[in-house]
Design a protein around this ligand. Structure first.
Ligand SMILES: [Fe+2]
Length: 371
């Protein structure tokens, strides 16, 4: 039976927490560890710096680098390597897609099946290899989530795998790894996190517990994001002078996922689930958010409405123009992907395709983008 609220990942959250990674891994009684990371981090030299700071070199037996939007066969070949190295645990380093891939690898290390067999809820026979997650963006919150998403080319739907115990055993939230984030991934990831918090507020699965997390997470993101964006522009982030702001953003992103992981996601994520729409996940959500928030206004609490009313000012402050000409093909594929989707059903206000087409038309009014 699904509990009303559960959050089992141990969170180690402070500036410099990455220095404790080796100790955290040893407390899990493991000595052979596979690193699964975003390939982009490796190209920028950031992965090596993170592993050095983590002090885990003597534990690492193998390394798998995963592209953005991980495909199932990437995860399967990485898991085959991990088994060949007799790895006992995973260090997952990256943004949402890197962490997703690492969680898939952890599941395949203990379940010798094709990843497609694990799609759905609680399909794995064995729990995943223990995973320590190090998020390098403040966004997905995948480090505390029991869900993972993979993309198969040509499919209408993503592959979603969820289950009790599929979440990382530990998450290390250390904003010093966020210092060098360029503007676009910083903004898109934060808008994804904000969407997680707000979707929780208008979901059917919400509770007092998820509302508490969602309201606080949304308010922290709205407060911290403009400061993080200006710190990126004036160099304060990269000089380490804005670490507290970035730490706030990172913690709020995890908290937002704790909210939506328990309440379930809703209409924005149902629409942004089409693999054929080639826009970053956070950008898509940021474009859809104002219109869907307006649509859901009638099901929100007073506090929820107050948070949503702050969106225009936030978008102004961070220079994010939410209007983008999506084009009719993208609009139709978004609606098609949302049809019968569990996230659309979990939205507290029911929607028709006609209503969605109109909301997407409003979100699509073409204009120059500032972001
Ligand atoms: Fe998301």
């Amino acid at each position: 039976m699904k509990p009303t609220f559960s959050s089992t990942t141990r969170i180690y959250s402070r500036l410099g927490a990455l220095n404790d990674a080796a100790q955290i891994l040893r407390s899990l009684n493991v000595s052979r560890v596979m690193v699964v990371a975003d390939s982009g981090l490796d190209r920028l030299g950031m992965l090596e710096a993170i592993l050095d700071q983590a002090g885990v070199r003597d534990l690492v037996v193998g390394k798998a680098l995963i592209d953005v939007n991980p495909a199932p066969d990437h995860a399967e070949s990485a898991a085959a390597n991990a088994r060949a190295f007799r790895a006992q645990a995973v260090i997952a380093v990256g943004g949402g897609s890197g962490l997703s891939a690492a969680k898939a690898v952890a599941l395949l290390m203990t379940n010798d099946v094709s990843i497609a067999n694990l799609a759905g809820y609680d399909k794995a026979e064995h729990p995943p290899a223990p995973t320590v997650a190090v998020p390098t963006t403040a966004g997905s919150g995948s480090e505390v989530s029991n869900a993972l998403v993979l993309h198969e080319l040509g499919q209408i739907r993503e592959i979603v795998i969820r289950g009790d115990g599929y979440e990382p055993v530990a998450a290390i939230l250390d904003a010093t790894v966020l210092r060098g984030l360029p503007r676009a991934p910083l903004v898109f990831a934060a808008l994804d996190a904000l969407t997680h918090a707000l979707e929780s507020l208008w979901s059917r699965g919400r509770s007092l517990f998820t509302d508490a997390c969602a309201l606080r997470a949304a308010s922290e993101i709205i407060g911290a994001l403009p400061l993080a964006v200006s710190g990126q522009a004036n160099g304060a982030n990269v000089r380490g002078e804005n670490d507290e702001v970035l730490q706030r953003l990172l913690e709020a992103a995890s908290l937002a996922n704790i909210a939506c992981g328990n309440s379930g996601l809703a209409l924005v994520h149902a629409l942004s689930s089409s693999p054929t729409v080639d826009l970053p996940h956070g950008l898509q959500n940021g474009i859809l958010l104002p219109q869907i928030a307006q649509f859901n206004r009638e099901v929100l609490s007073v506090e929820g409405r107050e948070i949503v009313a702050r969106l225009p000012e936030l978008y102004d402050l961070i220079g994010f123009d939410s209007r983008l000409d999506l084009g009719s093909a993208a609009v139709e594929s978004m609606i098609e992907a949302s049809r019968g989707h569990v996230f659309r059903q979990n939205n507290a206000r029911e929607s028709t395709d006609v209503e969605l087409r109109e909301l997407l038309r409003l979100a699509s009014e073409s204009s120059a983008r500032a972001s």
